[in-house]
Design a protein around this ligand. Structure first.
Ligand SMILES: Cc1ncc(COP(=O)(O)O)c(C=O)c1O
Length: 311
């Protein structure tokens, strides 16, 4: 079991004039405080997968990520804590001979072995690994030949068990009802899928896509995860596609400035590529009157800032 540092995570009111003017309440669910090296949605999604891995007698985890993947770092850290081996397949063979960036260095320092794949090989490998539930060695033959018996976690860690893990977030929010919208950033959709599934009747979930061009694809992913985890689809959620800030990993100057202002005003450190996009989107939507007065928004702070995010 990957012990959390803090559970349930704090729920704090966030008084902000833009929201107040719109008659909307904003609260922050501080999942960033869940665990120091496996924070936020990483812990929510990994904990049930790791419990299953240990139960099934796995001693090695294999997963995927880009050069700055939070998921890779989190899997490396979690595996280290649990005494499991970990292997990370990294997108971009050109990175193999370059000095490691801070993120890959952290993954290696936690004990992860890295292998660098061409973009084509990476696409193929992640595509095959993207199943429902943890993929075992029987379904991923090349990886088995190369790495032996291992539990394969999909890119971003989103699978059926991950969604079930994220469903605990709304379960920690008391008295949710008609006026509530629980909000999170969307990368691969696992966190949103879990939040939507864990809501009581009447409450809704809103995801903010952090990547450009995800319309249709991300909705299909969330629906797929719902079928895989719960055997049915849910109609209580939607994804906003208008606040990706130019695309995955992009942090335009305007967004960075918003994040700095928010941090000063509210004293909450904001991870830029996901959490700042979420809060900027909610601010924008509230100012535009997208939420009826009386709405109560709960924004899930799904991660910790990267080292370079804070000056
Ligand atoms: C801080 C943070 N928030 C949100 C997400 C997106 O979660 P999901 O991939 O479940 O949509 C990620 C994904 O890596 C993340 O690192």
């Amino acid at each position: 079991m990957l012990e959390p540092a803090l559970l349930p995570t704090p729920l704090v009111d966030c008084t902000d004039e833009v929201f107040a003017r719109a008659g909307v309440e904003l609260r922050l669910k501080r999942d960033d405080l869940l665990h120091p090296t496996v924070p936020g949605n990483k812990w929510r999604k990994l904990a049930p997968n790791l419990a299953a891995a240990v139960e099934q007698g796995h001693t090695r985890l294999l997963t995927f990520g880009g050069a700055y993947s939070t998921h890779l770092r989190a899997v490396a850290a979690a595996a280290g804590v649990l005494g499991l081996e970990s292997v990370g397949l990294v997108r971009g063979e050109e990175l193999a001979d370059r000095p490691r960036n801070w993120s890959l260095r952290a993954a290696e320092a936690a004990g992860m072995r890295l292998e660098f794949l061409t973009r084509a090989a990476y696409r193929e490998a992640t595509g095959r690994a993207a199943g429902d539930g943890p993929t075992d060695e029987g379904t991923v033959d090349d990886m088995r030949r190369r790495w032996g018996r291992c539990l394969v976690l999909p890119e971003g860690g989103s699978n059926a068990l991950a969604a079930v893990g994220a469903a605990a977030i709304p379960a920690e929010l008391p008295d949710l009802g008609e006026r509530d919208v629980v909000c999170c950033p969307v990368g691969t959709g696992g966190t949103l899928a879990g939040i939507a599934a864990g809501l009581p009747p009447g409450a809704r979930a809103l995801g903010v896509a952090v990547l450009r061009g995800g319309e249709g694809y991300l909705e299909a992913e969330v629906a797929r995860l719902h079928r895989a985890a719960y055997g049915r689809e849910f109609g209580n959620w939607r994804i906003d596609h208008g606040h990706h800030g130019g695309g995955y990993g992009k942090v335009p100057a305007e967004l960075a400035a918003f994040a700095v202002r928010f941090e000063h005003r509210h004293g909450v450190p904001l991870e830029r590529r996901y959490v700042a996009k979420l809060l900027a989107a909610l601010t924008d939507l509230a100012a535009a009157g997208a939420f009826p007065p009386g709405t109560r928004l709960t924004a899930v702070v799904t991660g910790l800032p990267d080292p370079q995010d804070t000056p």
